[in-house]
Design a protein around this ligand. Sequence first.
Ligand SMILES: [Zn+2]
Ligand SMILES: [Zn+2]
Length: 133
Amino acid sequence: MEKSVQYADMLKQKDLKSTPQRMAMLGIMEAKGHADIDEIYQEIKKDFVSISLATVYKNINTLLDAGIIEEIKVPQKKSKFEIVKHKHSHFVCEKCGEVYDVQKPKKLDIELPEGFEPREASVMIVGVCKKCR
Ligand SMILES: [Zn+2]
Ligand SMILES: [Zn+2]
């Protein structure tokens, strides 16, 4: 399926209008995999010269609320955003700040206090990526 059709569908399912700005933002996140607000802003300005950072933030928040994208909190750096896809974990390079998708751990070896029932665990691995080693 054509990507733009997919985005339009995703937005429609959440009762959101497929504005050209939203479509462009989803396209940028798709292309980059993970992008922070500045990267999205710099990229979208190429097509929407007069777009403001506030508009980008507003749309990011709308897409977050709708569950179409998710936020990845990167230690000491700006959060990155990505389109929600299959469950995965993240590896963050502490040198270049790049975020990589990695497999979710198959098993979590953590003792929980009695009576706690885990539903999901989110794991972020911090280290140095291959490019930076
Ligand atoms: Zn790196
Ligand atoms: Zn990811």
